[in-house]
Design a protein around this ligand. Structure first.
Ligand SMILES: NC(=O)c1ccc[n+]([C@@H]2O[C@H](COP(=O)([O-])OP(=O)(O)OC[C@H]3O[C@@H](n4cnc5c(N)ncnc54)[C@H](O)[C@@H]3O)[C@@H](O)[C@H]2O)c1
Length: 323
């Protein structure tokens, strides 16, 4: 039995792979080291995985049909997929829209074709969606039953397209699949394009942080260990019969961004310089996860508060960047 983890050199993928290996699973990792942010960080995440028994790695593009469908023959024991590879980032989808459709939509289609090829061998396809699918929704907290017809970025539209494609494949080909709507994940080995890294770097260097929506921003910051635990809890409980489920995975505590910045100031021992700016099209002003269905169905409950998580991230950030 082995698990395919795509985007394994990424933030969430590397943590998920590590947790799977730690419980004795065989993991097949795939990543193309996309240059959206410095691949050096991706190589560093991958290094300890490659040194762990049970891990094998293929450098490939998830949209490469031949390479991905070939995994079914090369790994006769492949029975689960955790598909996390993506072109992330809301703002960059205005700059380079094509890569979002190529990686997030074509890559998802290829994963679905791999799932179809694996047939009854496949126990569960788990894939990353995003809180961004809630887009312009005003009802808070966001619940999986809410309509999600108003994405405010191309990134969000590709994630919603992924969900709809899975829905169709489950109907046509009888797969067992679950989509995870992650909410602002942060923690050690995090992403340089996301706010926790941007805040830590700017405060350390004495540079100004631009705060959009004039600082009236709330985010459901979700600590990586909770997200890994949630991802594994879902993976381990496939639907009993072919079905497509969606789950919110978030801390379910919507935090005022100004409070979060104050935690960074405390952890770094320096004051932040902040410039208030109007809203950026594509950025959501507030996110908050309703996780009652995830807790009920999977027994998962996030544990780490931002007051605990921010200092843990800052410790790692200082060590990694030798500050
Ligand atoms: N981090 C978050 O807060 C968050 C929130 C919502 C959704 N997500 C989703 O979770 C998943 C993981 O996100 P992350 O934060 O770990 O991002 P990440 O960028 O750190 O990881 C994604 C990995 O996928 C790889 N990749 C990109 N294009 C690829 C391709 N065509 N073929 C193979 N590999 C490719 C990248 O090199 C990277 O290592 C993504 O699907 C993302 O959209 C993340």
């Amino acid at each position: 039995m082995s698990v395919l983890v795509t985007g394994v050199a990424g933030f969430i993928g590397s943590h998920v792979a590590r947790a799977l290996l730690a419980r004795g699973e065989a993991v097949i990792g795939v990543d193309n080291f996309s240059e959206y942010y410095d691949p050096v960080l991706k190589f560093a995440r991958l290094k300890p995985l490659r040194e762990t028994k049970g891990f094998s790695f293929l450098e490939a593009d998830v949209a490469d049909r031949e390479a991905m469908l070939g995994l079914a023959e090369r790994h006769g024991d492949l029975d689960r997929i955790v598909h996390l590879a993506a072109q992330p980032g809301v703002r960059h989808s205005k700059v380079d829209p094509y890569i979002y459709v190529q990686t997030n939509v074509m890559g998802q289609l290829v994963m679905l074709e791999l799932a179809r090829k694996l047939g009854s061998r496949l126990q569960h396809l788990v894939y990353a969606s995003s809180s961004s699918v809630y887009g312009a929704n005003r009802k808070l907290p966001f619940a999986v039953g809410d309509a999600v017809d108003h994405p405010v970025s191309l990134y969000a539209a590709t994630k919603r397209a992924d969900e709809l494609m899975v829905e169709a494949y489950v109907h046509q080909h009888g797969l067992k699949a679950t989509g995870l709507r992650y909410f602002t994940v942060y923690g050690p080995w995090g992403r340089p394009d996301m706010s926790p890294w941007i805040f830590a770097k700017a405060i350390h260097e004495g540079r100004t942080i631009d705060l959009y929506h004039l600082g009236f921003i709330k985010r459901d910051f979700s600590y990586i260990d909770d997200i890994v635990a949630g991802t594994l809890a879902v993976l381990d409980q496939p639907p009993p019969a072919p079905a497509h489920r969606l789950c919110n995975l978030g801390a379910s505590r919507s935090e005022d961004i100004v409070h979060v910045i104050s935690l960074f100031e405390k952890a770094l021992g320096r004051e932040a310089k902040v410039e208030l700016r109007p809203g950026e099209p594509g950025d959501m002003q507030e996110t908050a996860a309703d996780i009652s269905a995830t807790t009920r169905d999977f027994g998962w409950q996030p544990k780490v508060t931002v007051e605990e998580g921010v200092p843990l991230f800052v410790d790692w950030f200082k060590g990694y960047n030798r500050l």
